[in-house]
Design a protein around this ligand. Structure first.
Ligand code: HEC
Length: 203
């Protein structure tokens, strides 16, 4: 490569660096940005299909966006690991991947919470309530919770253990997909062998 061209390329690189430093590309990663960060972005069909293959429970697709449900399943079941904390036990003995099983999640208590994480901290039931809302949250409340960790049951407190600081960096469309998927799974109850949720603190 000629010296002139190398210098030119360095110029391009530093121009990009300056643009990024000026904030065009760099954000906190927490607030939604424009561009691909909306519901119009094309959903990759391979993820959608894999998501449907991975869902361990029957899905209620009525009134749902099918692409978002599939993508949400992919994020929850192949990336997010929600099952490890929100399903108790996460696997029945015959499917337990840590003893050689196939890793299919425990469908009976899927995402119904009950995993204890120390004093006062138990994963919550994030399956749909009577009105079909996962954890009783609207989509806007859910996305806000995933971004900021505000505890909906204990005003002014932040959710502990729950990796919202990581999940909250997803683009808006992906968080909406997680919500759509959790809206499509069946309601389930916490297994009696797991911890009951702690009483909500007095406000
Ligand atoms: C490392 C364990 C862990 C993982 C992984 C995890 N969570 Fe949680 N989650 C928790 C715990 C623990 C709480 C309750 C925190 C507390 O009591 O402060 C919680 C709370 C929640 C709540 C609040 C529910 C309510 O109404 O109070 C939602 C929603 C939630 N998690 C969704 C998810 C989703 C979706 C995923 C996967 C993308 C996920 N969580 C993955 C541990 C986890």
């Amino acid at each position: 490569m000629s010296r002139v061209r190398t210098v030119w390329m360095l110029g391009v690189v530093s121009a990009v660096a300056v643009t990024m430093a000026s904030g065009a590309f760099v954000g906190s990663g927490v607030e939604p940005s424009k561009g691909d960060d909306n519901d119009q972005g094309k959903v990759g069909q391979s993820r959608v299909q894999r998501g449907y293959n991975l869902a361990p429970v029957p899905l209620n697709l009525r009134g749902k966006n099918r692409d978002l449900v599939g993508l949400g399943s992919y994020i929850v079941n192949a990336q997010g690991g929600c099952n490890d904390c929100h399903t108790c036990p996460p696997y029945t003995p015959d499917h337990d991947p840590y003893t050689g099983g196939d890793g299919k999640p425990n469908a009976a208590n899927y995402q119904a919470g009950g995993t204890p994480f120390g004093p006062g901290i138990v994963s919550r039931n994030i399956t749909p309530d009577d009105s079909g809302k996962p954890a009783g949250l609207t989509r806007a409340e859910f996305i806000d919770l995933m971004r900021h960790g505000h505890d909906p049951d204990n005003a002014g407190q932040l959710l502990q253990v729950m990796p919202w600081p990581v999940y909250g960096k997803m683009i808006e469309r992906d968080l909406a997909a997680v919500y759509e998927y959790l809206s499509a799974i069946p309601h389930a109850e916490t297994s009696p062998e797991c911890a009951p949720p702690p009483p909500a603190a007095a406000h």
